[in-house]
Design a protein around this ligand. Structure first.
Ligand code: ATP
Ligand code: MG
Length: 243
């Protein structure tokens, strides 16, 4: 067996990543000169004050936006060299997104919301139903599959959104304040669910949160301030402080 395959491999490598918004007279440096390596299977939490560039960084990781400077390598490939079609294919098949607002389709049931995400797979109707049912079961929602979002609690809606994000077995899950609209107990359960997905499936997960208690329990914490990633010794101190 190749021993190298047992070692975590970097899934993302960021070199000198910046994102600047041009606002006429002044420029906004949302992300400044970020260097970062994320290994396969890592569970990473991003924290920092409002406006520090967390969402911008996540959008760059997700190929929802392109950096103004620097290079993002995903599984060794330079994302800047991907054509728009290749990038949207990557987003659809390889990355899963979870948002604060859940973003479910209100007229569809939980199962149908998950099935929509399965559409690109061209499964038979039966296989699609079965897979949606299995995905909902894996987030603890088997009994709520036929409810529309308005009949579900916030935590349940976020579980549907997670099942949807997992539909195409993405190699990375990117979550922007997934607990931001939930009370602290429910928010904690959602983060716990994401942590267990990461542990059980070796799923790479990047989560933004404002909840410092949750962040403190993460395997690795990235701190942002004014668009910059605070140096790794800050990470190390934060990590030691929680062990
Ligand atoms: N499309 C845009 N055009 C111009 N400026 C933007 C745009 N998107 C973000 N910004 C600015 O970039 C900076 C970083 O924003 P970002 O949304 O990444 O912060 P954040 O850390 O996610 O904040 P929050 O915790 O409030 O969500 C902010 O100053 C914001 O106003
Ligand atoms: Mg944000």
């Amino acid at each position: 067996m190749n021993v190298a395959t047992l070692k975590p491999q970097p899934i993302y490598e960021l070199h000198g990543i910046s994102k600047t918004y041009d606002q006429g007279a002044n420029e906004i440096h949302a992300v400044r000169d970020v260097d970062l390596t994320i290994d396969e299977g890592e569970f990473l939490v991003v924290v920092g004050p409002s406006g520090s560039g967390k969402t911008t960084l996540l959008q760059l990781l997700g190929g929802l936006d392109r950096p103004t400077a620097g290079e993002i390598r995903f599984e060794g490939r330079d994302m800047a060299r991907l054509k728009d079609g290749e990038l949207s294919d990557l987003r659809l098949r390889t990355l899963g997104f979870i948002f604060q607002q859940f973003n479910l389709i209100p007229t569809l049931t939980a199962a149908q919301n998950v099935e929509v995400a399965l559409a690109p797979r061209k499964l038979s109707a039966h296989a699609r139903h079965e897979r949606a049912r299995w995905l909902l079961e894996s987030v603890g929602l088997a009994t709520r599959a036929h409810h529309v979002p308005s009949k579900l609690s916030g935590g349940e809606q976020q579980r549907v959104a997670i099942a949807r994000a997992l539909a195409n077995e993405p190699r990375v899950l990117l979550a922007d304040e997934p607990n931001g609209n939930l009370d602290s107990t429910t928010g904690e359960e959602i983060i716990q669910l994401l942590m267990s997905l990461s542990a059980e499936r070796r799923q790479t997960i990047v989560v933004i949160t404002h909840d410092t208690a949750i962040a403190a329990r993460a395997q690795r914490q990235l701190r942002m301030r004014d668009g910059e990633l605070l140096p790794a010794d800050h990470e190390a101190v934060a990590f030691l402080g929680t062990s």
